[in-house]
Design a protein around this ligand. Structure first.
Ligand SMILES: NC(=O)c1ccc[n+]([C@@H]2O[C@H](COP(=O)([O-])OP(=O)(O)OC[C@H]3O[C@@H](n4cnc5c(N)ncnc54)[C@H](O)[C@@H]3O)[C@@H](O)[C@H]2O)c1
Length: 269
């Protein structure tokens, strides 16, 4: 097994990286010598993350951008070129959840707000990120879209979120085909249930209840587990992987867990 060091010096933008999965991806990238631009709407948390990673010796900068605003995404991409002189990859991670409700109880405004961040945000990141990579002398790069298991399966009472993440998966598959000949890989990571602030005010009890229902191994994912997968996809080890829609969910998406008593539990002793 070679060589995670192939990522060293690569320049990457991560959206929504002040916190949660984006922050964990930034940590994994920075620890492995990548030059990282953390972008977020939360300037205070974004700067905290930057300072943390810089104190550990990382090449990390912050740029405030709302992924739903075209001009701000364009400026974010320009910032990478101004700061590091190149762009090798973009991780479209910024996303929000919605309250669990059936579709008829969502307003159009709520639908459009969620879509503008989760789907339009990923579209804009891909559009301007890929365009910039294509303009480089010898184009080569990677896009990692953080979708969700909700990009693969339905989920009751999550219609708008599910639709947005299915959209991200659609963009991923299409872009993988369009840019393969330019040596740009485009993949989607589909997290199951991870411990981040996307859970908002949900109590520990509710979160654990979700984990026991949605995680066959009974625990929530650690954000760094998404970070390691994103690191692999950024590395030269993954140049033949594109258009992949990769669950990271302890197996929750492959079938139902049936509670049966084992006939030979003594083998676990
Ligand atoms: N945590 C999970 O269990 C889980 C599961 C599946 C998918 N995801 C996806 O992973 C991604 C990250 O989620 P998380 O759990 O880390 O959430 P989080 O709330 O912890 O972090 C999301 C970050 O995105 C930022 N953000 C929100 N709106 C933005 C905007 N318009 N522009 C730029 N930044 C913005 C927030 O300020 C925050 O720092 C999301 O796309 C989410 O849908 C998360």
């Amino acid at each position: 097994m070679t060589d995670f060091l192939s990522v060293k010096g690569k320049v990457v933008i991560i959206t929504g990286a002040a916190d949660g999965l984006g922050k964990a991806i930034a940590e994994c990238y920075s620890e492995n010598g990548m030059k990282v631009i953390i972008s977020d709407v939360n300037v205070e948390k974004g700067m905290q993350t930057v300072v943390e990673l810089q104190n550990q010796g990382g090449y990390v900068e912050f740029f405030a951008a709302d992924v739903s605003k075209e001009e701000q995404v364009r400026e974010l991409i320009d910032f990478a070129i101004i700061t590091y002189g190149r762009l090798d990859g973009i991780v479209n991670n910024a996303g929000i959840s919605a309250q669990n409700r059936p579709i008829h109880e969502f307003s159009l405004e709520e639908y459009e707000h969620l879509m503008s961040i989760n789907l339009k945000g990923a579209f804009l990141g891909m559009k301007y990120g890929i365009e910039t990579i294509l303009k480089s002398k010898s184009p080569s790069g990677f896009v990692v879209n953080i979708a969700s298991m909700a990009g693969i399966e339905g989920n009751s009472a999550m219609g708008t979120y599910v639709a947005s993440k299915h959209g991200v998966v659609g963009l991923t598959k299409t872009a993988a085909l369009d840019y393969a000949k330019y040596n740009i890989t485009v993949n989607a990571i589909c997290p199951g249930t991870f411990r981040t602030s996307i859970w908002g005010g949900a109590s520990e009890e509710v979160i654990q209840q979700y984990a026991s229902i949605f995680s066959p191994n009974g625990r929530l994912g650690d954000p760094k587990e998404v970070g390691y997968l994103a690191l692999f996809l950024a590395s030269d080890l993954a140049r033949y992987i594109s258009g992949a829609v990769i669950p990271i969910d302890a197996g929750s998406g492959v079938g139902k867990v049936t509670p049966v008593k084992w006939e030979h539990p003594e083998i676990l002793e």
